[in-house]
Design a protein around this ligand. Structure first.
Ligand code: SER
Length: 590
């Protein structure tokens, strides 16, 4: 079955059962400042799941563009993707468990209107319950009635069978997930749906979205009981067609073939297959992000950073396949031919996508060339490449460690990676101590007053983003023991109303006495949890994220207070425009 047919069948099946077909929204969430990308079909529907009436009724169905960066480690396996399409249907306080499980079974096995899968190969998981929510016997019983025997119904924990919310708070609930056994051998005696070995592939998730997670981790029931389902289009196609991976489906195989042609590879080795998969996933995802009407471009912040990283990984994977010239632009027509009808924004923005890819590829390739020249010079002069050299290349030329290692290997040598890491750590210490400038704290000293104002500045920054706009980014800050001074990107002064809201919010958070936590993590992880700040251009970098409860997350070097309660009362004392696009805000703690 091809993708167009599967999309058509899914939409038709639910349309026949009273659902309105709604369009896919942008990959960049309209209403949710806490996450960078639309990660699921339900994401744009949050207000309606919370109880707001939807103009198209209580039964909806669609195919939504989605983007997930949290699975980055898994990319290259048989079924994880960064950009993917999700088929989904929703009941907004209308039908519930029985109807959706019955329909799901019908759709899964019907060969004409559905997927035509063998029922014997299906197994399901349901929520095992906890001290607040009972085990989902109801769902298990309905599955049993539908012909799934008990031994193929698994009761699993919250980690496996609870979905949502997106971000810190919002609709969520227990779910039941449907898996297809692709026929591989069991990975262990404990092999089961959800174990991740690839034998059981999750094809559909039915969420019984009846709860609202608050930022304090309470779960009051929602006004209405909803159903939210999600089926990954690429995975479903893989399973229906019995392909070894999503990369054989008509959504991805033409791109694989195109890259193979460019690299002049006929029969890729298993190592090359892995490289091809990563390259194709990253390039396709970058193209789809660039295609968005929001007009994203590669950069060092937020969405732009993700796009830059995807493109650069694709270029490096290309190098590993022997592609030394610009080639990513050549993949656009292939992606267009596959997805252009479904997502016309690809056509609308074709020129911009081409231009941005070309610019980024040129920029990165010239950085790589510079690095390569330096590498060769060192080799000529010293006859070896040390871990320290590798670090210098990385630090000053953005030349990745793996490339230095590759060149060393070509000269029969090995780069000492542990020496590289030691240098890396040492450098991080130094830069932490010397922290200055944008997104660094700009602290006068580490006195108690300054530290308190530093935490208050994070809250001020977050409050401005919440009440004035997500685009209000920090440009710099300077904190003395008397006051904080925060410069943000904004082309006007705050209104009286905004000032009041910002102050009130900050003081409310102070009163809630939330804990401050710091964690070191990869940039991907930081993006995933919605941390704000400048993402460095360097690969493999680790960054520290400071969180205030669940309300603020910022890349920062610290230090901060332990809990917000010690801050007292925050007041904005002055605001002033300094230049066309910068507003300077001063505040004190009293
Ligand atoms: N929200 C659920 C998921 O993403 C079902 O659509 O899996």
């Amino acid at each position: 079955m091809i993708s167009k047919e599967l999309r058509r069948r899914f939409l038709k099946f639910f349309e026949k059962r009273g659902h309105s077909v709604i369009p896919s929204t942008s990959l960049i969430p309209e209403m949710d400042p806490t996450v960078l990308f639309t990660t699921a079909g339900m994401h744009p529907l949050v207000p309606y799941l919370m109880g707001q009436p939807h103009p198209q009724g209580r039964r909806l169905v669609n195919c939504q563009k989605c983007f997930r960066t949290d699975d980055i480690e898994e990319i290259g396996d048989t079924f994880h993707l960064t950009f993917f399409e999700m088929l989904g249907n929703w009941s907004l306080g209308d039908y519930y468990k029985r109807e959706i499980i019955e329909w799901a079974m019908e759709f899964l096995i019907d060969p004409h209107e559905g997927l035509g899968l063998d029922k014997e190969k299906l197994s399901v998981t349901v929520y095992e319950g906890d001290n607040q929510i009972p085990p989902d016997e109801e769902a298990a019983n309905i599955w049993e009635e539908m012909g799934i025997p008990r031994e193929r119904i698994h009761f699993l924990t919250r980690e496996d069978n609870w979905w949502g919310p997106v971000g810190d708070s919002g609709p969520c609930g227990p779910d039941t997930e449907i898996f297809f056994d692709v026929g591989l051998n069991s990975c262990s005696p404990e092999c089961r749906p959800g174990c991740g070995c690839g034998k059981y592939i999750e094809i559909w998730n039915l969420v019984f979205m009846g709860y609202n997670q608050t930022t304090e981790r309470l779960y009051p029931p929602l006004k209405q009981k909803n159903v939210d389902t999600g089926m990954g289009l690429e995975r479903a196609l893989q399973v229906i067609n019995g392909f070894p991976s999503v990369y054989e489906t008509d959504l991805l195989s033409p791109i694989m073939e195109k890259v193979k042609r460019i690299a002049r590879i006929r029969e890729p080795s298993s190592e090359q297959i892995l490289i091809l998969r990563i390259l194709v996933d990253q390039a396709r995802s970058a193209i789809m992000a660039l295609a968005d009407d929001k007009g994203l471009v590669p950069s060092n912040v937020e969405h732009g950073y993700v796009i830059r990283r995807l493109l650069r990984v694709a270029i490096r994977k290309g190098l590993q396949l022997g592609i030394n010239e610009s080639f990513l632009g050549e993949l656009l027509p292939t992606v267009l031919a596959i997805l252009g009808d479904t997502y016309p924004e690809l056509h609308r923005n074709q020129e911009r996508i081409t231009a941005e890819i070309a610019k980024e590829e040129k920029r990165f390739r010239s950085a790589l060339r510079r690095g390569l020249r330096v590498c060769e010079k060192i080799l000529k002069e010293k006859g070896e490449l040390t871990g320290k050299d590798a670090f210098m290349l990385f630090q000053s030329h953005g030349f990745p460690l793996e490339m230095t290692a590759q060149i060393a290997k070509e000269h029969g040598q090995q780069v000492d990676a542990s020496e590289f890491r030691k240098e890396f750590e040492r450098h991080r210490q130094i830069s932490r101590e010397a922290s200055q400038g944008r997104f660094q704290s700009g602290l006068a000293d580490h006195s108690e007053e300054v530290i308190r104002l530093h935490t208050a500045t994070h809250l001020l920054h977050q409050a401005l983003r919440l009440f004035v706009g997500q685009e209000v980014m920090q440009k710099g800050s300077n904190i003395t023991s008397e006051r904080t001074r925060l410069d943000v990107q904004l082309d006007r002064k705050l209104t009286e109303e905004e000032l009041r809201q910002v102050e009130e919010w900050v003081n409310e958070i102070i009163q809630r006495n939330l804990p401050i936590r710091s964690e070191t993590m990869s940039p991907e992880k930081a993006l995933e949890i919605g941390a704000i700040g400048l993402f460095g251009e360097k690969y493999g970098d680790q960054i520290t994220v400071y969180s205030v409860g669940d309300v603020s997350r910022e890349i920062c070097t610290g230090p901060h207070v332990e809990r917000t309660g010690v801050l007292g009362t925050f007041r904005i004392t002055k605001q002033k425009r300094i230049g066309a696009n910068t507003l300077r805000v001063r505040g004190v703690l009293e």
